[in-house]
Design a protein around this ligand. Structure first.
Ligand code: SAM
Length: 287
């Protein structure tokens, strides 16, 4: 059992001293097991020379592991004011290596923190607050221009969300999220983490997912791709000749032009099929 990774106080003491009683409204499920935080930090690497953006550092367990595993710099965004003082202590222990940003990750603009551009890669690593995890991921997957400003995403999700990210066509979990993630990245579930590893334990099992941006995703307009998948999966049990009518025109010629059967359903169509449809989509009149 690993007992220390640095000479800062144990996390339980940090939590007690800073009165960091976990709050459900902030999606706070803390990781106090140093073996596990080290494993997640390593999964997020290689960290030597890397700048890490961490969302929701909380009492700082994963943050400390990222620093111990050799990240050149960590920029950590935390909304809970109670955690900032605890994190400032970690920053003081690692001069110049940890920047604590107090604020909402959904509003966070990394640009000022990454200028001038760091020499090494930028990696996003986080044990995400589950109430905003999907919104954050969709934001990172929607970055323009592509390839994005980060070299990898290594993120903890609820197992059910992890399955929706990596789902293959034909599976129940396959939907808009899998198409967006599969189009722009290679996504993989690395390992599961049992609920018992968290304080307090969430209701479900979690999974660490790694997503690596594809340097050149199949060419299509992201907004067009989103219109198609929204229409197709909006009524996922219907045939595409029916569900795609919500695009505002008769979809049969469109389907024929890309060689997709009118009777196919959204969940049967691989990413390339949606990309082909998005490419042929007539310009939106009201756009
Ligand atoms: N990284 C810590 C760990 O692994 O023990 C804490 C992870 S906990 C699942 C999620 C963290 O995200 C909490 O510290 C919470 O305060 C923070 N958080 C919740 N909503 C946030 C938001 N909108 N912006 C930034 N941080 C947020």
């Amino acid at each position: 059992m690993m007992t220390r990774i640095d000479d800062l106080p144990p996390l339980r003491e940090v939590i007690r001293r800073h009165d960091l009683k976990p709050r459900k409204s902030l999606g706070q499920n803390f990781l106090l097991d140093l073996n596990l935080t080290a494993r997640i930090a390593r999964a997020g690497g290689p960290l030597a020379g890397a700048t890490v953006v961490e969302i929701g550092p909380g009492p700082g367990g994963l943050t400390r592991a990222l620093l111990a595993e050799g990240a050149a710099r960590v920029v950590a965004v935390e909304r809970d004011a109670r955690a900032i003082a605890a994190l400032d202590e970690v920053a003081a222990r690692h001069p110049g290596r940890l920047t604590v940003v107090s604020g909402d990750a959904l509003e966070f603009d990394p640009a000022p923190h990454l200028a001038p551009a760091p020499a090494g890669p930028v990696r996003i690593v986080a044990n995400l607050p589950y109430n905003i995890a999907t919104a954050l991921l969709v934001g990172w997957l929607s970055v323009e221009p592509w390839p994005p400003w980060y070299a990898s995403l290594t993120l903890m999700f609820q197992r059910e969300v992890a399955e929706r990210i990596v789902a293959a066509p034909g599976s129940k979990s396959y939907g808009r999220l899998a198409v967006l993630a599969g189009w722009r990245t290679e996504a993989k579930i690395l390992f599961d983490v049992s609920a018992a590893a968290f304080v307090p334990p969430p209701k479900v099992t979690s999974s660490v997912v790694r997503l690596v941006p594809r340097p050149e995703p199949l060419g299509c307009d992201r907004a067009a791709l989103e219109r198609v998948t929204e229409a197709a999966f909006g009524q996922r049990r219907k045939m595409l000749r029916q569900s795609l009518r919500t695009l505002g025109f008769d979809p049969k010629p469109l389907l024929a032009s890309v060689g997709i059967a009118e009777t196919a359903r959204a969940e049967d169509i691989p990413v390339e099929g949606f990309v082909a449809l998005a490419r042929q989509l007539p310009d939106r009149k009201d756009a």
